[in-house]
Ligand binder design. Structure first.
Ligand SMILES: C[S@@+](CC[C@H](N)C(=O)[O-])C[C@H]1O[C@@H](n2cnc3c(N)ncnc32)[C@H](O)[C@@H]1O
Length: 334
């Protein structure tokens, strides 16, 4: 297990992180494996460098991206009821916290109800975690923060050690949808193993709906999602010395009916050869060949219940919006 390094301790806020060399090695290994595979694919965590994280924030404000505002409206409605289930002294653990915008709705409800939460965000994006924790410390004078810059798995190992106070795990924004069903069960089973006493998981998932709504959410008219997708190649050029020409890859969005997921791809505009000197790799692309960069699985209440059951969990309560587009689920050990 790689030890975390303390990046900063500043009064109420501590930020720990995986060593930069460890992160670079994960990037190198993921890119070598993914680009050597058939079909070519890259894991979605690579989308979130500094610029990618900022582009994602822009995506959240787009008219086509209904996910953020729908989940936010559900949270606003059910926050008072939710926090009534939380202990006074508790850890609010958030995986893939990003800018923690939605978390503020829960923090507001917690503080107005007399709770004293410690916020424990886990995110791979170092710059986003620094910015969000700095803002939260000044907005919430009573809030303690222990942040971890790492992948979900390493963060979960760290969080699992705390077994005294109630832990409420947050996994919002349908982040679960980026996992294959097997990976999703694996992640949920890891959360289950970390749960003790009256710990809970609050899981926000996007629901199956007409393609006329789903596809534009990942292919907006202003081209922000296309820029987000192509930025992955800019990152590989910078971090691995690669010579991708991002303008020679088209943003492509597909619905995969079999696995019920929207997929993002980068499609080569012609035959081309790309070098990645840092990992001693040369990769050829045929015209139209794609790199699969992200899947966003969509759920029904039955498919989510099935995933949870396989992980030893059960949905205790579920809240949705009037259109039934998104669901926030309170999940407990079964
Ligand atoms: C789709 S955004 C969601 C942000 C926020 N939770 C929301 O609901 O708006 C995904 C977030 O998860 C982080 N992330 C993606 N893959 C990750 C991984 N494997 N480990 C840790 N964080 C990850 C990204 O940096 C990003 O902040």
């Amino acid at each position: 297990m790689t030890n975390l390094q303390t990046l900063s301790t500043n009064g109420r806020c501590t930020v720990e992180a995986l060593p930069p060399l460890h992160i670079l090695q994960s990037v190198q290994s993921a890119v070598r494996t993914g680009l050597s595979a058939h079909p070519k694919q890259l894991p979605p965590f690579l989308l979130y460098d500094h610029r990618g994280s900022n582009l994602f924030e822009e995506i959240c404000r787009l008219p086509e991206y209904y996910l953020t505002r729908t989940e936010q409206s559900i949270l606003e409605r059910c926050a008072p009821e939710l926090v009534a289930r939380f202990s006074r002294d508790m850890d609010l653990v958030e995986f893939g916290s990003g800018s923690s915008i939605k978390t503020r709705t829960l923090l507001d409800a917690l503080f107005s109800n007399g709770h004293r939460p410690t916020y424990r965000p886990v995110d791979i994006s170092h710059t986003m975690l620094n910015a969000s924790t700095t803002a939260l410390v000044s907005e919430y004078p009573e809030l303690m923060i222990k942040a971890i810059v790492s992948d979900y798995g390493r963060g979960l190992e760290e969080i699992s050690r705390q077994r005294e106070r109630q832990k409420v795990f947050l996994f919002l924004g349908s982040n679960l949808g980026n996992f294959t069903p097997l990976e999703a069960v694996d992640f949920l089973a890891g959360v289950r193993r970390a749960m003790t006493g009256d710990d809970l998981l609050l899981l926000g998932v996007d629901l199956v709906k007409p393609l006329a709504v789903l596809l534009p959410a990942y292919d907006d008219a202003a081209g922000v999602t296309a820029a987000f997708n192509r930025n992955l190649l800019v990152r590989l050029n910078r971090e691995l010395g690669a010579d991708f020409r991002p303008e020679c890859f088209r943003h492509e969005v597909r619905w995969n009916q079999e696995v019920q997921a929207v997929e993002m791809h980068l499609a080569s505009e012609g035959d081309q050869l790309v070098s990645l000197p840092a990992i001693d790799l040369k990769i050829s692309f045929l015209a139209g060949e794609t790199i699969h960069t992200e899947s966003s699985h969509k759920y029904t209440s039955a498919s989510l219940a099935q995933l949870c059951a396989e992980a030893g969990l059960a949905v205790e309560r579920s809240w949705s919006d009037p259109q039934n587009w998104f669901a926030l689920n309170m999940i407990v050990p079964s």
